[in-house]
Design a protein around this ligand. Structure first.
Ligand code: DLL
Length: 431
């Protein structure tokens, strides 16, 4: 089923017309209402009436996370406070949070895109949906919540954490769908198994996982642990929250809701726009947002776009699973390493669990990488030889993929910290 057939399967020419018109209106809104944007546009000699087509996007200025911080908290809002009905914020690792505001219409847009996303995963009126993303300033909980209500599912707003209670409600209420981070889904699955709960008592059929990068290998593990189909959902608070893009049943990339969020891929160094199919940084222009529209917002997420029509019938562009964020990319002795590459290697091996930790340090002016790998209980052995063999295999597989010599530590089952929200797998001691 398709939630908004008219848009999701629209002819690309028709979609383009919608985008052109919305972009032109958006430029007008930000020019007249946000001093920051007026200045930036004037610096490029652009007047509101000049922009008539999305082909002109490439000539427009970018917005970065630093711009959001500089205008903290409400400097990029285009409407007065009395039109703002919700505020969210993402914590970030340093300094002030990034603030986002929504008008009533923005909240409707948000529910609409999440409704489209959930429909892609086959979720509707007959479903009981457990929302285990955090509720609060994080957009995950409330964002999914209103979309799930819109499709008519019975929503369980349990929020993140409290694993025992999650499992109890899952059994007692008969949840058929769950939304949480993929790392937490893996933890839930493992707990169900370690508690000896019969999977027949669990009615889950679909999981909506996102908010952090995850590999197809982790997908397979979660699907096996929970007997579900696992879907990838992408989003970021600055743009709206969850529901910027979502996988359909074909699972060959996430369809971007382009009538609201126009994507571009750029070379992060030269800022030049790259053609479909090339890897680069994802940039979004939010053409319908009222409270805080963003012009060419640099997400730092690395991926590529595909425009060919999908077998599901949708014509919306697809983005591949994120490789990672350019700021999560580790440079170890000059070699670029993404945590997701290491995850793929580890999870292709049956002996390891989806829990690992990367520790980067510097000794004698040389970068070092240590990987703590948690071993599945079935394979944890008292025999040193057996563990040594496993360690050698992991070392070999990782070195042949990333080309650097990592120190591998095998650690006992259940010894690596579990996260209820986004997992933190990298400790970079060089910083
Ligand atoms: O994580 C919104 C969200 C909530 C998305 C629930 C999906 C589900 P932020 O906290 O602002 O918002 O973090 C946004 O998380 O730029 C990506 O780096 C990463 N991210 C989000 N979804 C995915 C995904 C929410 N499916 C940042 N795959 C983004 C990879 C993701 N990375």
């Amino acid at each position: 089923m398709i939630w908004n057939e008219c848009i999701e399967t629209a002819d690309r020419e028709k979609l383009r017309e919608i985008q052109n018109e919305r972009l032109s209106q958006m430029i007008e809104r930000i020019y007249f209402n946000v001093p920051f944007y007026r200045k930036k546009l004037q610096e490029k000699g652009i007047e509101p009436g000049d922009i008539k087509s999305i082909d002109q996007l490439k000539d427009l200025p970018f917005t970065t996370k630093a711009d959001l911080r500089d205008n903290y908290p409400f400097g990029l809002f285009t409407v007065p406070q009395n039109e703002i009905v919700r505020l969210h914020a993402s914590s970030g690792t340093t300094g002030k949070p990034t603030v986002v505001g929504y008008t009533r219409k923005d909240l409707q847009t948000w529910s609409e895109v999440v409704a489209r996303a959930l429909t892609m995963a086959g979720i509707g009126k007959t479903d009981i949906m457990q929302i285990a993303y955090g509720y609060g300033l994080f957009t995950g909980g409330l964002g999914m919540h209103y979309g799930a209500e819109k499709v008519g599912a019975s929503v369980i707003p349990i929020s993140g954490g409290n694993t025992k209670k999650q499992i109890q409600l899952m059994r007692d209420f008969g949840s058929t769908a769950i939304a949480c981070t993929p790392s937490y889904a893996a933890h839930l699955g493992e707990t169900i198994h370690s508690e000896g709960i019969d999977l027949k008592e669990i009615r889950l059929k679909a999981g909506i996982f996102g908010a952090e990068p995850w590999t197809n290998e982790l997908r397979k593990q979660i699907e096996k642990l929970l007997h579900i189909k696992a879907f990838d959902i992408y989003g970021l608070s600055e743009v709206i929250g969850p529901g910027v893009a979502m996988e359909c049943e074909c699972q060959n990339g996430m369809h971007i809701f382009e009538d609201h969020f126009i994507p571009e891929i750029i070379n992060p160094e030269t800022e030049e726009v790259l053609p479909y199919g090339e890897v680069g940084e994802l940039v979004f222009t939010t053409v319908t947002k009222e409270a805080m529209p963003l012009l060419r917002y640099r997400t730092r997420d690395l991926t590529r776009l595909h425009v060919e029509k999908c077998a599901c019938g949708r014509t919306l562009v697809r983005m591949e699973k994120c490789l990672g964020r350019s700021d999560d990319m580790l440079i170890i002795r000059g070699v670029n390493v993404f945590p997701s590459q290491i995850e793929s290697v580890l999870l292709e091996m049956s002996e390891t669990t989806p829990h690992y930790q990367l520790i980067v340090d510097r000794e004698n002016n040389l970068d070092t990488l240590t990987i703590n790998v948690e071993i599945d209980a079935q394979f944890w052995s008292d025999e040193i030889k057996q563990l040594e063999d496993l360690k050698k295999r992991i070392h070999h597989n990782i070195t042949s993929l990333i080309g650097i010599n990592a120190k591998i530590n095998l650690v006992e089952p259940h010894s690596i910290t579990r996260f209820e929200g986004k997992a933190q797998r990298v400790i970079d001691k060089r910083k």
